[in-house]
Design a protein around this ligand. Sequence first.
Ligand SMILES: [Zn+2]
Length: 452
Amino acid sequence: MTDVFARKALLRKGWADDVRFGIRAGQIDSIAQNVSPHSEDFVAGIVIPGLCNAHSHAFQRALAGRTEQRSPAGEDNFWTWRERMYELAGKLDAKSLSAIASQAYSEMLQSGYTSVAEFHYLHRHSGADHSDDEMFNAIREAASQSGIRMTYVPVLYERGGFDQPQPEGHQKLFALDIDSFLAHHARAIEHQSDRMNVGIGAHSLRAVSGESLRKIVAVAQAENIPMHLHIAEQLREVEQCMAANGRRPVRWLLENYDVDERWCLVHATHMDAEETESLAKTGAVVCLCPSTEANLGDGLFPLQSFLAHDGRIAIGSDSHVSINPFEELRWLEYGQRIASQSRNVTSTRDSHVGRELFSRVLEGGAQAGVTKPAGLSPGVSADLVVLYDDDPMLVSHDDSSLLDALVFSGYRLPIERVMVHGDWRVVDGDHVKQKQTRAQFAAALETLGDLS
Ligand SMILES: [Zn+2]
Protein backbone atom coordinates (compact mmCIF):
# COMPACT_ATOMS: atom_id res chain seq x y z
CA MET A 1 0.00 0.00 0.00
CA THR A 2 1.15 3.53 -0.76
CA ASP A 3 2.30 5.80 2.02
CA VAL A 4 1.07 9.34 1.54
CA PHE A 5 2.85 12.63 2.11
CA ALA A 6 0.66 15.74 2.26
CA ARG A 7 1.85 19.33 2.17
CA LYS A 8 -1.21 20.04 4.32
CA ALA A 9 -3.58 17.66 6.10
CA LEU A 10 -6.63 17.97 8.31
CA LEU A 11 -5.90 15.74 11.29
CA ARG A 12 -8.24 15.11 14.18
CA LYS A 13 -6.64 17.94 16.12
CA GLY A 14 -6.70 20.37 13.19
CA TRP A 15 -4.60 21.38 10.21
CA ALA A 16 -0.97 20.31 10.05
CA ASP A 17 1.81 20.85 7.50
CA ASP A 18 4.20 18.38 5.85
CA VAL A 19 2.42 15.28 7.10
CA ARG A 20 3.43 11.72 6.32
CA PHE A 21 0.81 8.95 6.64
CA GLY A 22 2.23 5.46 7.04
CA ILE A 23 -0.44 3.03 5.76
CA ARG A 24 -0.51 -0.67 6.62
CA ALA A 25 -3.29 -3.24 6.10
CA GLY A 26 -5.85 -0.57 5.25
CA GLN A 27 -5.16 1.44 8.39
CA ILE A 28 -3.29 4.62 9.15
CA ASP A 29 -0.37 3.09 10.97
CA SER A 30 1.53 6.28 11.75
CA ILE A 31 1.35 10.04 11.28
CA ALA A 32 4.44 12.25 11.31
CA GLN A 33 4.31 16.04 11.04
CA ASN A 34 6.87 18.54 9.74
CA VAL A 35 8.76 15.85 7.85
CA SER A 36 9.93 15.29 4.27
CA PRO A 37 8.45 12.76 1.83
CA HIS A 38 10.10 9.43 1.15
CA SER A 39 10.95 8.74 -2.46
CA GLU A 40 8.19 6.15 -2.92
CA ASP A 41 5.42 8.20 -1.26
CA PHE A 42 2.44 9.56 -3.11
CA VAL A 43 2.82 13.32 -2.69
CA ALA A 44 -0.48 15.12 -2.15
CA GLY A 45 -1.39 18.78 -1.94
CA ILE A 46 -4.10 18.68 0.72
CA VAL A 47 -5.52 15.61 2.50
CA ILE A 48 -8.84 15.64 4.33
CA PRO A 49 -10.81 12.76 5.84
CA GLY A 50 -13.55 11.22 3.70
CA LEU A 51 -17.14 11.82 4.78
CA CYS A 52 -19.92 9.34 5.46
CA ASN A 53 -23.01 9.52 3.29
CA ALA A 54 -25.31 8.55 6.15
CA HIS A 55 -28.50 7.97 4.16
CA SER A 56 -28.75 6.40 0.70
CA HIS A 57 -31.36 4.62 -1.39
CA ALA A 58 -28.94 3.72 -4.19
CA PHE A 59 -31.63 2.58 -6.65
CA GLN A 60 -33.19 6.06 -6.71
CA ARG A 61 -30.12 7.35 -8.58
CA ALA A 62 -31.92 6.18 -11.75
CA LEU A 63 -34.72 8.67 -11.11
CA ALA A 64 -32.55 11.80 -10.77
CA GLY A 65 -33.72 14.50 -13.17
CA ARG A 66 -36.76 12.48 -14.29
CA THR A 67 -39.43 13.81 -11.97
CA GLU A 68 -39.09 17.53 -12.63
CA GLN A 69 -41.99 17.98 -15.08
CA ARG A 70 -45.14 19.55 -13.65
CA SER A 71 -48.09 17.20 -13.89
CA PRO A 72 -51.30 18.32 -15.64
CA ALA A 73 -53.08 18.47 -12.27
CA GLY A 74 -50.35 20.75 -10.93
CA GLU A 75 -50.46 19.09 -7.54
CA ASP A 76 -46.97 17.62 -7.46
CA ASN A 77 -45.60 16.78 -4.02
CA PHE A 78 -43.72 14.12 -2.06
CA TRP A 79 -46.57 11.66 -2.36
CA THR A 80 -46.85 11.99 -6.16
CA TRP A 81 -43.06 11.62 -6.41
CA ARG A 82 -43.34 8.49 -4.29
CA GLU A 83 -45.61 6.88 -6.91
CA ARG A 84 -42.91 7.46 -9.53
CA MET A 85 -40.30 5.98 -7.22
CA TYR A 86 -42.53 2.92 -6.69
CA GLU A 87 -42.81 2.49 -10.48
CA LEU A 88 -39.02 2.47 -10.75
CA ALA A 89 -38.72 -0.04 -7.90
CA GLY A 90 -41.18 -2.27 -9.74
CA LYS A 91 -38.90 -2.44 -12.80
CA LEU A 92 -35.67 -3.37 -11.05
CA ASP A 93 -33.99 -6.73 -10.81
CA ALA A 94 -30.72 -7.61 -9.11
CA LYS A 95 -28.62 -6.87 -12.19
CA SER A 96 -30.05 -3.41 -12.81
CA LEU A 97 -29.98 -2.58 -9.09
CA SER A 98 -26.31 -3.50 -8.90
CA ALA A 99 -25.44 -1.41 -11.96
CA ILE A 100 -27.32 1.65 -10.66
CA ALA A 101 -25.86 1.33 -7.18
CA SER A 102 -22.33 0.95 -8.58
CA GLN A 103 -22.75 4.21 -10.45
CA ALA A 104 -24.12 5.98 -7.38
CA TYR A 105 -21.31 4.69 -5.16
CA SER A 106 -18.57 5.60 -7.63
CA GLU A 107 -20.02 9.12 -7.85
CA MET A 108 -19.99 9.28 -4.06
CA LEU A 109 -16.31 8.40 -4.00
CA GLN A 110 -15.52 10.96 -6.70
CA SER A 111 -17.16 13.67 -4.62
CA GLY A 112 -15.44 12.89 -1.31
CA TYR A 113 -17.71 10.42 0.44
CA THR A 114 -15.71 7.36 1.49
CA SER A 115 -18.51 5.49 3.24
CA VAL A 116 -22.25 5.08 2.84
CA ALA A 117 -25.09 3.89 5.03
CA GLU A 118 -27.39 2.06 2.60
CA PHE A 119 -30.94 2.18 3.96
CA HIS A 120 -32.25 -0.84 2.12
CA TYR A 121 -35.91 -1.82 1.94
CA LEU A 122 -36.15 -3.04 -1.68
CA HIS A 123 -35.97 -6.65 -0.54
CA ARG A 124 -37.64 -8.26 -3.55
CA HIS A 125 -37.67 -7.72 -7.29
CA SER A 126 -40.79 -7.65 -9.38
CA GLY A 127 -42.05 -11.12 -10.21
CA ALA A 128 -40.41 -12.75 -7.19
CA ASP A 129 -43.01 -14.33 -4.96
CA HIS A 130 -40.70 -14.56 -2.01
CA SER A 131 -37.75 -12.66 -0.69
CA ASP A 132 -34.26 -14.08 -0.78
CA ASP A 133 -31.03 -12.12 -0.47
CA GLU A 134 -30.68 -11.37 -4.17
CA MET A 135 -31.22 -7.62 -3.86
CA PHE A 136 -28.94 -7.40 -0.83
CA ASN A 137 -26.26 -9.27 -2.77
CA ALA A 138 -26.68 -6.76 -5.62
CA ILE A 139 -26.03 -3.89 -3.20
CA ARG A 140 -23.08 -5.72 -1.72
CA GLU A 141 -21.56 -6.34 -5.16
CA ALA A 142 -21.99 -2.67 -6.06
CA ALA A 143 -20.21 -1.56 -2.91
CA SER A 144 -17.45 -4.04 -3.62
CA GLN A 145 -17.03 -2.95 -7.26
CA SER A 146 -16.86 0.71 -6.29
CA GLY A 147 -14.71 0.11 -3.22
CA ILE A 148 -16.82 2.30 -0.94
CA ARG A 149 -17.06 1.43 2.74
CA MET A 150 -20.63 0.43 3.53
CA THR A 151 -22.84 0.24 6.56
CA TYR A 152 -25.61 -2.01 5.32
CA VAL A 153 -28.87 -1.03 7.02
CA PRO A 154 -31.60 -3.58 6.28
CA VAL A 155 -34.93 -1.92 6.90
CA LEU A 156 -38.30 -3.41 7.80
CA TYR A 157 -41.31 -2.26 5.78
CA GLU A 158 -44.38 -4.24 6.73
CA ARG A 159 -47.53 -2.17 6.28
CA GLY A 160 -48.98 0.49 3.99
CA GLY A 161 -49.56 3.10 6.66
CA PHE A 162 -50.74 3.71 10.23
CA ASP A 163 -54.22 2.50 9.32
CA GLN A 164 -53.23 0.14 6.47
CA PRO A 165 -52.09 -3.20 7.89
CA GLN A 166 -51.23 -4.54 4.42
CA PRO A 167 -48.76 -3.02 1.96
CA GLU A 168 -50.33 -2.07 -1.36
CA GLY A 169 -49.15 -2.24 -4.98
CA HIS A 170 -45.42 -1.82 -5.34
CA GLN A 171 -45.02 -1.60 -1.56
CA LYS A 172 -45.26 -5.40 -1.66
CA LEU A 173 -41.72 -5.44 -3.09
CA PHE A 174 -40.53 -3.95 0.18
CA ALA A 175 -42.64 -5.99 2.55
CA LEU A 176 -41.28 -8.62 4.88
CA ASP A 177 -42.75 -10.06 8.04
CA ILE A 178 -40.69 -9.42 11.12
CA ASP A 179 -39.36 -12.98 11.40
CA SER A 180 -38.18 -13.06 7.77
CA PHE A 181 -36.62 -9.63 8.26
CA LEU A 182 -34.70 -10.65 11.36
CA ALA A 183 -33.52 -13.82 9.60
CA HIS A 184 -32.26 -11.68 6.70
CA HIS A 185 -30.49 -9.41 9.16
CA ALA A 186 -28.78 -12.37 10.80
CA ARG A 187 -27.58 -13.61 7.39
CA ALA A 188 -26.32 -10.13 6.47
CA ILE A 189 -24.18 -10.05 9.59
CA GLU A 190 -22.42 -13.18 8.33
CA HIS A 191 -21.13 -11.08 5.41
CA GLN A 192 -19.47 -8.39 7.53
CA SER A 193 -15.94 -7.58 6.45
CA ASP A 194 -13.30 -4.92 6.94
CA ARG A 195 -15.27 -2.72 4.51
CA MET A 196 -18.84 -3.60 5.48
CA ASN A 197 -20.64 -3.54 8.78
CA VAL A 198 -24.34 -4.03 9.39
CA GLY A 199 -26.84 -1.83 11.20
CA ILE A 200 -30.60 -2.27 11.38
CA GLY A 201 -33.60 -0.08 10.73
CA ALA A 202 -37.31 0.48 10.41
CA HIS A 203 -38.62 2.38 7.40
CA SER A 204 -40.80 4.76 9.42
CA LEU A 205 -43.37 4.76 12.18
CA ARG A 206 -46.11 4.52 9.53
CA ALA A 207 -44.62 1.44 7.82
CA VAL A 208 -43.79 -0.64 10.93
CA SER A 209 -45.99 -1.71 13.83
CA GLY A 210 -45.06 -0.81 17.39
CA GLU A 211 -44.56 -4.48 18.19
CA SER A 212 -42.07 -5.02 15.36
CA LEU A 213 -40.25 -1.79 16.15
CA ARG A 214 -39.66 -3.04 19.68
CA LYS A 215 -38.10 -6.24 18.32
CA ILE A 216 -35.81 -4.32 15.95
CA VAL A 217 -34.66 -1.94 18.67
CA ALA A 218 -33.96 -4.93 20.92
CA VAL A 219 -31.65 -6.36 18.22
CA ALA A 220 -29.87 -3.00 17.85
CA GLN A 221 -29.27 -2.90 21.60
CA ALA A 222 -28.24 -6.55 21.92
CA GLU A 223 -25.79 -6.34 19.02
CA ASN A 224 -24.70 -2.75 19.75
CA ILE A 225 -25.29 -1.63 16.15
CA PRO A 226 -26.75 1.56 14.67
CA MET A 227 -30.54 1.91 14.48
CA HIS A 228 -31.84 4.00 11.57
CA LEU A 229 -35.37 5.37 11.05
CA HIS A 230 -37.07 7.89 8.73
CA ILE A 231 -39.13 10.24 10.86
CA ALA A 232 -41.32 13.35 10.48
CA GLU A 233 -40.29 14.03 6.89
CA GLN A 234 -43.71 15.24 5.82
CA LEU A 235 -46.53 17.08 7.60
CA ARG A 236 -49.02 14.44 6.47
CA GLU A 237 -47.01 11.86 8.40
CA VAL A 238 -47.14 14.04 11.51
CA GLU A 239 -50.93 14.36 11.18
CA GLN A 240 -51.34 10.61 10.66
CA CYS A 241 -49.18 9.85 13.69
CA MET A 242 -51.21 12.27 15.80
CA ALA A 243 -54.39 10.52 14.69
CA ALA A 244 -53.01 7.00 15.32
CA ASN A 245 -50.87 7.55 18.42
CA GLY A 246 -52.06 10.87 19.86
CA ARG A 247 -48.51 12.18 19.62
CA ARG A 248 -46.26 13.82 17.06
CA PRO A 249 -43.73 11.27 15.65
CA VAL A 250 -40.60 12.46 17.47
CA ARG A 251 -42.50 13.02 20.73
CA TRP A 252 -44.02 9.53 20.48
CA LEU A 253 -40.61 7.97 19.81
CA LEU A 254 -38.97 9.76 22.73
CA GLU A 255 -41.77 8.73 25.09
CA ASN A 256 -41.63 5.08 24.07
CA TYR A 257 -37.91 4.36 23.50
CA ASP A 258 -34.60 5.16 25.11
CA VAL A 259 -33.30 7.04 22.10
CA ASP A 260 -29.54 7.38 22.46
CA GLU A 261 -26.31 7.67 20.46
CA ARG A 262 -27.08 4.43 18.64
CA TRP A 263 -30.00 6.04 16.81
CA CYS A 264 -29.84 7.80 13.45
CA LEU A 265 -33.09 9.62 12.75
CA VAL A 266 -33.42 10.60 9.11
CA HIS A 267 -34.94 14.03 8.29
CA ALA A 268 -36.85 14.81 11.54
CA THR A 269 -37.96 17.86 9.57
CA HIS A 270 -41.17 18.60 11.40
CA MET A 271 -40.54 19.04 15.12
CA ASP A 272 -41.91 21.58 17.55
CA ALA A 273 -39.55 23.45 19.87
CA GLU A 274 -39.89 20.96 22.68
CA GLU A 275 -39.21 17.95 20.40
CA THR A 276 -36.18 19.72 18.93
CA GLU A 277 -34.62 20.36 22.33
CA SER A 278 -35.45 16.90 23.70
CA LEU A 279 -34.08 15.08 20.65
CA ALA A 280 -30.87 17.13 20.70
CA LYS A 281 -30.24 16.11 24.30
CA THR A 282 -30.48 12.37 23.54
CA GLY A 283 -27.15 12.32 21.67
CA ALA A 284 -28.84 10.66 18.67
CA VAL A 285 -27.66 11.83 15.28
CA VAL A 286 -30.13 13.40 12.84
CA CYS A 287 -29.27 12.74 9.22
CA LEU A 288 -30.16 15.73 7.06
CA CYS A 289 -30.44 15.42 3.29
CA PRO A 290 -30.79 19.03 2.11
CA SER A 291 -30.78 18.46 -1.66
CA THR A 292 -33.40 15.71 -1.46
CA GLU A 293 -35.48 17.54 1.16
CA ALA A 294 -35.52 20.58 -1.13
CA ASN A 295 -36.25 18.48 -4.22
CA LEU A 296 -39.19 16.75 -2.54
CA GLY A 297 -40.56 19.86 -0.87
CA ASP A 298 -40.23 18.35 2.60
CA GLY A 299 -39.76 21.48 4.67
CA LEU A 300 -36.89 23.01 6.61
CA PHE A 301 -35.22 21.37 9.60
CA PRO A 302 -34.94 23.60 12.72
CA LEU A 303 -31.15 23.54 12.52
CA GLN A 304 -30.31 26.60 14.58
CA SER A 305 -32.38 25.50 17.53
CA PHE A 306 -31.14 21.89 17.27
CA LEU A 307 -27.48 22.93 17.26
CA ALA A 308 -28.06 25.46 20.03
CA HIS A 309 -29.04 22.48 22.20
CA ASP A 310 -25.92 20.58 21.08
CA GLY A 311 -27.73 18.32 18.61
CA ARG A 312 -25.65 16.05 16.39
CA ILE A 313 -26.02 15.96 12.61
CA ALA A 314 -24.91 13.91 9.63
CA ILE A 315 -25.64 14.36 5.91
CA GLY A 316 -26.97 11.99 3.29
CA SER A 317 -27.70 12.19 -0.42
CA ASP A 318 -30.85 10.07 0.03
CA SER A 319 -32.54 10.08 -3.42
CA HIS A 320 -29.31 11.17 -5.18
CA VAL A 321 -30.61 14.17 -7.07
CA SER A 322 -27.18 15.44 -6.07
CA ILE A 323 -24.12 13.46 -4.98
CA ASN A 324 -21.81 16.06 -3.49
CA PRO A 325 -21.28 16.41 0.27
CA PHE A 326 -20.11 20.00 -0.06
CA GLU A 327 -23.29 20.95 -1.88
CA GLU A 328 -25.30 19.34 0.92
CA LEU A 329 -23.41 21.44 3.48
CA ARG A 330 -23.86 24.59 1.41
CA TRP A 331 -27.61 24.10 1.20
CA LEU A 332 -27.82 23.20 4.86
CA GLU A 333 -26.58 26.70 5.62
CA TYR A 334 -28.39 28.41 2.73
CA GLY A 335 -31.78 27.08 3.81
CA GLN A 336 -31.29 28.74 7.18
CA ARG A 337 -30.07 31.98 5.57
CA ILE A 338 -33.12 32.17 3.33
CA ALA A 339 -35.48 31.49 6.22
CA SER A 340 -33.79 33.86 8.68
CA GLN A 341 -32.66 36.57 6.24
CA SER A 342 -29.21 36.53 7.78
CA ARG A 343 -25.76 35.09 7.07
CA ASN A 344 -23.26 32.69 8.68
CA VAL A 345 -25.95 31.03 10.73
CA THR A 346 -24.46 27.60 11.47
CA SER A 347 -21.77 28.86 13.76
CA THR A 348 -22.13 27.63 17.29
CA ARG A 349 -18.60 26.42 18.01
CA ASP A 350 -16.51 27.83 15.18
CA SER A 351 -16.82 31.22 13.52
CA HIS A 352 -16.09 29.60 10.15
CA VAL A 353 -19.28 28.00 8.88
CA GLY A 354 -17.66 25.64 6.36
CA ARG A 355 -15.26 24.33 8.97
CA GLU A 356 -17.99 23.89 11.57
CA LEU A 357 -20.33 22.06 9.19
CA PHE A 358 -17.57 19.77 7.94
CA SER A 359 -16.43 18.77 11.42
CA ARG A 360 -20.00 18.25 12.65
CA VAL A 361 -20.99 15.91 9.83
CA LEU A 362 -17.65 14.10 9.97
CA GLU A 363 -18.39 13.23 13.59
CA GLY A 364 -22.11 12.62 13.01
CA GLY A 365 -21.50 10.41 9.99
CA ALA A 366 -19.01 8.30 11.92
CA GLN A 367 -21.60 7.92 14.68
CA ALA A 368 -24.37 6.94 12.24
CA GLY A 369 -22.20 4.25 10.64
CA VAL A 370 -20.27 3.32 13.76
CA THR A 371 -16.95 3.93 12.06
CA LYS A 372 -15.74 5.95 15.03
CA PRO A 373 -13.46 7.60 15.81
CA ALA A 374 -13.94 10.24 13.12
CA GLY A 375 -11.01 12.01 11.52
CA LEU A 376 -7.47 11.10 10.62
CA SER A 377 -5.39 9.61 13.40
CA PRO A 378 -3.26 6.49 13.89
CA GLY A 379 -5.30 3.31 14.10
CA VAL A 380 -8.25 4.41 11.95
CA SER A 381 -9.00 3.18 8.43
CA ALA A 382 -7.05 4.88 5.68
CA ASP A 383 -10.03 6.68 4.10
CA LEU A 384 -8.56 9.86 2.59
CA VAL A 385 -9.50 12.55 0.09
CA VAL A 386 -6.70 14.33 -1.76
CA LEU A 387 -7.35 17.87 -2.99
CA TYR A 388 -5.31 19.89 -5.49
CA ASP A 389 -3.69 22.68 -3.49
CA ASP A 390 -3.13 24.73 -6.64
CA ASP A 391 -6.80 24.71 -7.65
CA PRO A 392 -8.14 28.29 -7.93
CA MET A 393 -10.86 27.35 -5.43
CA LEU A 394 -8.30 26.69 -2.70
CA VAL A 395 -5.15 28.56 -3.60
CA SER A 396 -4.11 31.30 -1.13
CA HIS A 397 -6.64 30.23 1.49
CA ASP A 398 -5.23 29.73 4.95
CA ASP A 399 -6.17 27.06 7.48
CA SER A 400 -9.16 29.01 8.77
CA SER A 401 -10.95 29.42 5.42
CA LEU A 402 -9.95 26.33 3.39
CA LEU A 403 -13.09 24.39 4.27
CA ASP A 404 -15.24 27.49 3.78
CA ALA A 405 -13.84 27.68 0.24
CA LEU A 406 -14.62 24.02 -0.34
CA VAL A 407 -18.22 24.39 0.82
CA PHE A 408 -19.12 27.82 -0.53
CA SER A 409 -17.12 28.50 -3.70
CA GLY A 410 -16.48 27.01 -7.09
CA TYR A 411 -18.55 24.75 -9.24
CA ARG A 412 -16.16 21.82 -9.69
CA LEU A 413 -14.70 19.83 -6.83
CA PRO A 414 -10.87 19.98 -6.69
CA ILE A 415 -10.59 16.27 -5.83
CA GLU A 416 -7.54 14.51 -7.23
CA ARG A 417 -7.64 11.14 -5.47
CA VAL A 418 -9.70 9.17 -2.98
CA MET A 419 -8.45 6.26 -0.90
CA VAL A 420 -10.59 3.73 0.97
CA HIS A 421 -8.99 1.20 3.27
CA GLY A 422 -5.59 1.91 1.77
CA ASP A 423 -6.67 1.49 -1.89
CA TRP A 424 -6.96 4.32 -4.38
CA ARG A 425 -10.51 4.28 -5.72
CA VAL A 426 -10.36 7.66 -7.48
CA VAL A 427 -7.31 8.73 -9.50
CA ASP A 428 -6.98 12.03 -11.38
CA GLY A 429 -10.57 12.85 -10.42
CA ASP A 430 -12.11 9.73 -11.95
CA HIS A 431 -13.21 6.49 -10.37
CA VAL A 432 -10.81 3.70 -11.31
CA LYS A 433 -13.66 1.65 -12.83
CA GLN A 434 -15.52 4.59 -14.32
CA LYS A 435 -15.70 3.24 -17.88
CA GLN A 436 -17.07 -0.16 -16.83
CA THR A 437 -19.49 1.34 -14.29
CA ARG A 438 -20.89 3.89 -16.73
CA ALA A 439 -21.41 1.22 -19.39
CA GLN A 440 -23.26 -1.01 -16.93
CA PHE A 441 -25.38 1.93 -15.78
CA ALA A 442 -26.29 2.89 -19.35
CA ALA A 443 -27.21 -0.73 -20.14
CA ALA A 444 -29.39 -0.93 -17.03
CA LEU A 445 -31.19 2.29 -17.89
CA GLU A 446 -31.81 0.90 -21.36
CA THR A 447 -33.58 -2.13 -19.90
CA LEU A 448 -35.75 0.04 -17.63
CA GLY A 449 -37.25 1.94 -20.55
CA ASP A 450 -39.09 5.21 -20.07
CA LEU A 451 -38.86 6.40 -16.48
CA SER A 452 -40.32 9.85 -17.08
ZN1 LIG B 1 -34.76 8.07 2.77
